[in-house]
Ligand binder design. Structure first.
Ligand SMILES: NC(=O)c1ccc[n+]([C@@H]2O[C@H](COP(=O)([O-])OP(=O)(O)OC[C@H]3O[C@@H](n4cnc5c(N)ncnc54)[C@H](OP(=O)(O)O)[C@@H]3O)[C@@H](O)[C@H]2O)c1
Length: 246
């Protein structure tokens, strides 16, 4: 197989879908991770398969389950024999002040955003190590840097993703596998839908570019970090936030 083999987690909506479509537009084969078979999820999968025949591999897994993740990468290995790019995008937030935060809210965000990134990176890296090449891109967040009140679980998970990415970059460099992270600012996806208009106005005022980012802004950054053009970039975090944290 000559096309690049790419796996994107949480790839049926939002930033993950934009990343999958960016690689598909480039001629890559993409393993599209989804955790449910909801009708809207299946509709996206069918559309991608129709638009890119033979290059879409739907792989169902809840990335917070190590067993699911192991099975997902077995399916990828069986289909393609290896993997060139792993994008750990799936994640979610469950905001509340730390003193009010339930154990479930803490665990579910850490289990998905941080442990899921570890589980998928580990399985992907074993496939890449066998071929002595690969690139892993982990989606963190500016919350890892700004540590906002109300996001103790999410900020800790995403800061963990940054630290994990740097450690992994050092460990895998000798196998010709690069590991980088992207830290998005406010991006217009369903994740922002819960915010009131007033809160959105307050956030906009903080962004020098005076606009929220689009999922494609993150997809372009991920695509670059995974490309040969970034071959000397390793252990880096690329902040894509319209100047928010400048
Ligand atoms: N939007 C932003 O402003 C922003 C800013 C900074 C960082 N980020 C990060 O960017 C990534 C994508 O965010 P988004 O805005 O595109 O979010 P989104 O629209 O809520 O999409 C999240 C995706 O992740 C999937 N997912 C969640 N938990 C999963 C699990 N345990 N196993 C497998 N898939 C799972 C979801 O699947 P379901 O459809 O099944 O729920 C969905 O496809 C996340 O890591 C997020 O933290 C987003």
């Amino acid at each position: 197989m000559n096309a690049r083999r790419v796996c994107v987690t949480g790839a049926t909506r939002g930033i993950g879908l934009a990343i999958a479509e960016r690689f598909l537009a480039d001629g890559a084969c993409v393993a599209v991770n989804h955790r449910s078979d909801r009708p809207e999820v299946l509709a996206v999968l069918h559309r991608l398969e129709r638009e890119h025949p033979g290059r879409v591999l739907p792989v169902r897994a809840d990335i917070s389950s190590f067993d699911d993740v192991k099975r997902m990468f077995q399916e990828i290995k069986a289909a393609w024999g290896g993997l060139d790019v792993q994008v750990n995008n799936a994640g979610h937030a469950e905001d509340s002040y730390a003193l009010m935060m339930s154990e479930d809210a803490w665990r579910s965000v850490i289990d998905t955003d941080l442990s899921g990134t570890f589980a998928c990176s580990k399985q992907a890296a074993w496939l890449m190590a066998a071929q002595k090449s690969g690139a892993i891109v982990n989606i963190s967040s500016v919350s890892a840097i700004t540590s906002p009140a109300g996001q103790a679980n999410y900020a800790a998970a995403k800061a963990g993703v940054l630290a994990f990415s740097k450690t992994l970059a050092k460990e895998l460099a000798r196998m010709n596998i690069r590991v980088n992270a992207v830290a998005p600012g406010f991006i217009e996806t369903e994740m922002l839908d819960g915010l009131s208009a007033a809160v959105k106005e307050d956030y906009l005022a903080l962004i020098p570019d005076r606009r929220f980012g689009q999922a494609e802004d993150i997809a372009n950054a991920v695509h670059f970090l995974a490309s040969p053009a970034a071959s000397y970039i390793n252990g880096h975090c690329l902040v894509v936030d319209g100047g928010l944290t400048a």
